[in-house]
Design a protein around this ligand. Structure first.
Ligand code: CMC
Length: 428
């Protein structure tokens, strides 16, 4: 708390509230007593001006295009760290030393397998089920299999549940893919890296040895790091809200997956590639730009715009560079990448996009890379969920340990009918 205050004139009298100061970023007005003092609620659909919690995990300066995890810039992490280092950092607050990292790696690798009975769970889904539908179901079902880590009041159980979720997500996502293509599930290979193991479970077959391509492994490492956390976005807030009632962590992460699925959030990577394919060649770009600007057309440029970034999304920069590298190294020429670059160029010089500060976001280029690696479009959001689990779990742990934590319970502005008497059916 600081000495700063903020005053509001309400009905002729001033009400003063304390201002809280973070380590960096905008201060916040503490309005917890506002309703008690004034009988008024504040109105903020979409939480555009409301801080829902204190957090020490991730910082974004949307105007400058800065993203820090525990203080470390995203581009440095994407360039230099492993995904396990980032997972440890998000969970524990600092980068691990060698001994801590080895122990963390070992612990995660000991939880990569799924309860064998979960495999039968998959068979209940249709073959053409969307992987995100499977992810919601299977992750929620983990709470029925791992009862010994659902007591959220026990820090040790919380830690085990966190390790289990991080470790099992690649297995769950890879199995969703295998099921859809009718191939047998592969057990994890703990001698491989987190990403290498995931690639093998996704693209390998039991009949042949699988060699992890280091270029693809490195691209996946970057993609996972770029998606690991993003402060209080919709799915993370969903995880926190679900967790605020005391729900178990597996159920909370399943709720986060459901929220991530939407095209305005994680589903945008799938939607962006579909859009780029639909545009097909650079000549058609002006038509789509015009549609995006037309108020009567619901079409939006997918992979463009962000609630927080009013500048280039720093993740999109790394993603674009990775797309170039992967396509070059794999010797793939994809016209979709040309369409993406030209679309970006045109949009960044168009008055509508400039004025509204709409820039490419993380999802704009990720689809091009994932497509080049060989993932079907439906898997894109599942990969996002896999990587974001680390952030969700870190944020969930932070919330449970926060002494100020309360059940989330937004208020509303009621605009419905006022009290009226029941009318019997024969009189309506
Ligand atoms: N194409 C065309 N116009 C847009 C776009 C876009 N992609 N995004 C925003 N606008 C316009 C919008 O029509 C509005 O115009 P006006 O002020 O005239 O009504 C203005 O820009 C502000 O948009 P908004 O919807 O009020 O902004 P928001 O903060 O509520 O929405 C967003 C942010 C990400 C949902 C939105 O930009 C969008 O729908 N983008 C496309 C979907 C997408 O790429 N989502 C991925 C986000 S990053 C990854 C993640 O978080 O999961």
């Amino acid at each position: 708390m600081t000495d700063k205050t903020a005053s509001f004139g309400i009905d002729g009298s001033d009400r003063t509230y304390p201002v809280m100061e973070g380590s960096v970023g905008p201060d916040v007005v503490d309005i917890r007593k506002f309703y008690g003092d004034t009988g008024l609620f504040t109105y903020d659909p979409g939480f555009t001006s409301t801080a829902s919690c204190q957090s020490a995990i991730t910082f974004i300066d949307g105007d400058k295009g800065i993203l820090l995890h525990r203080g470390y810039p995203i581009d440095q992490l994407a360039e230099q760290s492993t995904f396990m280092e980032v997972a440890y950092l998000l969970l524990h607050g600092d980068l691990p030393n060698q001994a801590e990292l080895s122990e963390f790696d070992y612990t995660i690798s000991r939880h990569t397998m799924l309860h064998e009975q979960l495999a039968t769970f998959y068979r209940g889904f249709r073959r053409d089920a969307h992987p995100m539908a499977i992810m919601c179901g299977v992750v929620g079902a983990l709470s029925a299999f791992y009862h010994d880590s659902t007591d959220i009041t026990d820090p040790q159980q919380r830690l085990i549940a966190s390790h289990r979720l991080i470790a099992k997500m690649p297995t769950i996502a890879a199995m969703a893919h295998k099921y859809s293509v009718g191939q047998p599930f592969l057990y994890p290979d703990n001698s491989l890296s987190y990403t290498g193991n995931f690639l093998r479970m996704t693209f390998g077959v039991p009949a042949e040895p699988y060699e992890v391509n280091p270029i693809i492994e490195n691209a996946m490492r970057r993609i996972f790091i770029l998606h690991a956390d993003h402060e209080q976005n919709a799915s993370t807030s969903t995880v926190r809200l679900a967790g605020s009632s005391g729900a178990n962590p597996f159920a909370c992460i399943a709720a986060g997956i459901a929220c991530l699925w939407g095209p305005a959030h994680g589903g945008a990577n799938e939607a962006a590639l579909n859009m780029l394919r639909e545009i097909g060649n650079v000549k058609r770009i002006p038509e789509y730009i015009a549609r995006a600007k037309d108020k009567n057309d619901p079409f939006r440029l997918m992979g463009f715009g962000h609630r927080v970034y009013k500048n280039y999304d720093p993740r999109a920069k790394v993603m674009q560079q990775t797309a170039d590298e992967v396509l070059k190294e794999l010797n793939i020429s994809d016209p979709v990448l040309d369409v993406a670059k030209e679309l970006e160029h045109i949009a960044l010089h168009d008055e509508y996009f400039v004025e509204k500060k709409l820039y490419p976001n993380v999802d704009f280029y990720s689809g091009v890379i994932l497509n080049a690696i060989g993932f079907p479009t439906e898997m894109f959001t599942a990969l996002f969920a896999l990587a974001r689990t680390v952030g969700w779990v870190a944020q969930w742990n932070e919330m449970i340990s926060d002494p100020e934590q309360k059940i989330g319970r937004p208020r509303q502005l009621y605009v419905g009918a006022t009290a009226r008497d029941y009318v019997p059916l024969d009189q309506r």
